[in-house]
Ligand binder design. Structure first.
Ligand SMILES: [Zn+2]
Length: 252
């Protein structure tokens, strides 16, 4: 399986995949009505996931898991535990997430040698998933957040990510806990009486408020999944869309 973008930094290797290495089409997971969605993931998807890589059963929420011992990994079964981020300090074992327009985010603490991979769609983002992960790095790992390195992967961008006026109105009305009104407004762009949401910017602003330094946020791989056909996009392809794999490997 070829990865579309691979970056090596210090002790980690990050791969942002695309259509070329999607393990499944979304419709394959939706076709069999005999099974619940969770069971379909476990039965159909789990055997096709990349080897030696840990995945949670993603729910667009703000929960996750932290692996800091080999024993946890030996007992771990992919897609059984629910959550949308993984943190790991275990070398030679990858952690992964699947996306199709949602924002993949990678964190790395080069001092503590600990990495995280995060599935940040709009639901998880608004539910505060990045704050949750930052809190884990601060409280469980005692990271100096100004040292934390961050990468944004391919995701739906403001060029294509159209939303209904109700979406913006709801967010402006309800979500003033994480970002204030001015910053929230800046995450929406109007063109030809249509409204577009800037999901990466929303998360970028959250990170800055969470003491991450702007120059430590790498957006080189943060291309638009909707208008770049090498990536999986549910917005563009619906159920025909694949799921792209973002993986992070801690080197020994
Ligand atoms: Zn686009």
């Amino acid at each position: 399986m070829s990865n579309i973008y691979e970056v090596t930094y210090d002790q980690i290797v990050i791969s942002f995949g695309g259509q070329a290495n999607s393990p499944v089409k979304i419709k394959e997971l939706r076709d069999d009505n005999q099974l619940s969605l969770g069971d379909q993931d476990r039965i159909l998807l789990a055997p096709r996931l990349p080897k030696h890589t840990l995945f949670l059963h993603q729910t667009h929420g703000a929960l996750g898991a932290y692996f800091n011992s080999q024993a946890q990994i030996i007992n771990f079964k992919n897609l059984i535990t629910e959550g949308d981020y993984l943190i790991s300090s275990i070398p030679n074992c990858s952690i992964g997430i699947l996306t199709a327009d949602c924002l993949p985010v990678v964190f790395y603490d080069p001092v503590k040698k600990i990495a995280a991979v995060i599935h940040a769609g709009w639901r998880g983002s608004v539910a505060g998933i990045l704050h949750k992960v930052l809190a884990d790095f601060k409280n469980l790992i005692q990271s100096d957040l100004s040292q934390l390195q961050v990468w944004f992967g391919p995701a739906a961008q403001v060029c294509c990510y159209e939303v209904q006026p109700e979406f913006r109105d709801n967010l402006l009305l309800k979500e003033q806990v994480l970002l204030d009104q001015t910053l929230l407004q800046a995450c929406f762009v109007e063109r030809n009486q249509r409204i577009f949401f800037d999901l990466p910017r929303y998360n970028y602003e959250l990170l800055l408020l969470g003491d991450i330094l702007g120059h430590n946020i790498n957006r080189k791989f943060n291309l638009c999944t909707i208008c770049n056909v090498q990536f999986c996009s549910y917005r563009r392809d619906g159920l025909e869309s694949g799921l792209q794999v973002t993986k992070v490997l801690l080197k020994p």
